[in-house]
Design a protein. Structure first.
Lengths: 67, 138
């Protein structure tokens, strides 16, 4: 009986952990961001409002123009 | 291959690309999937400005040469890819397969540089030679 409770608890814990990870991953994907790749293989990801905002604004204009 | 053919091929191979504009540094439009030339020009100008700001960011971080960028927005994504002096700006729906879009855009730019494939001449048929039958009766 006790081992069954432990197993149920473990399954619930694992399930909620997996759910949290999936949720966070989905949230991160939905976040507006700019990824800049350079010739040497380096990549810069801009997600902070201050640094990304000018580029996001231009990209919004491009989406509007392209329809 | 000319720009129109390369963009047509891009649309065939990539279901994610909604619109694309090929341009040169300075904003000169080489080709576009947009029907309106004025719009294509404005997209090229905006993409050029986007690129300039991204390059500034690069100077601040590692000083590397710009290769490509993706701007992910809630309403869709904007891609800019460079190959030499040529660039391509493209739009996609939200959450595209980023690697695949970059690959398709890069291929499109490379096809522009490549000379048009020559039509193959039909292979000449060799005159049928009759195999000499050696008389087995001996």
């Amino acid at each position: 009986m006790r081992s069954r409770n432990v197993l149920t608890g473990m399954l619930l814990g694992a399930g909620s952990l997996a759910g949290t990870l999936l949720f966070r991953r989905r949230l991160a994907r939905q976040r507006e961001r700019v990824d800049v790749y350079f010739g040497d293989g380096a990549m810069v990801s801009l997600a902070k409002p201050g640094e990304a905002e000018p580029l996001l604004r231009r990209a919004r204009r491009i989406l509007e123009l392209a329809g | 291959m000319d720009a129109a053919a390369a963009l047509e091929r891009l649309r065939e191979i990539s279901s994610q690309v909604r619109a694309a504009v090929v341009f040169e540094r300075g904003g000169k439009v080489v080709g576009s999937t947009l029907a309106d030339d004025e719009r294509a020009k404005r997209v090229a100008e905006e993409a050029e400005a986007l690129l300039a700001e991204a390059e500034q960011q690069g100077d601040r971080t590692n000083g590397g040469e710009f290769a490509q960028l993706e701007v992910a927005l809630k309403t869709g994504s904007v891609f800019v890819v460079r190959d030499g002096d040529r660039l391509i700006a493209a739009t996609t729906p939200p959450e595209p397969t980023v690697g695949l879009v970059f690959y398709d855009l890069k291929s499109c730019l490379r096809e522009l540089e490549a000379p048009a494939p020559k039509k193959r001449q039909p292979a000449k048929r060799k005159a049928a030679t009759k195999a000499k039958k050696t008389d087995a009766k001996s």
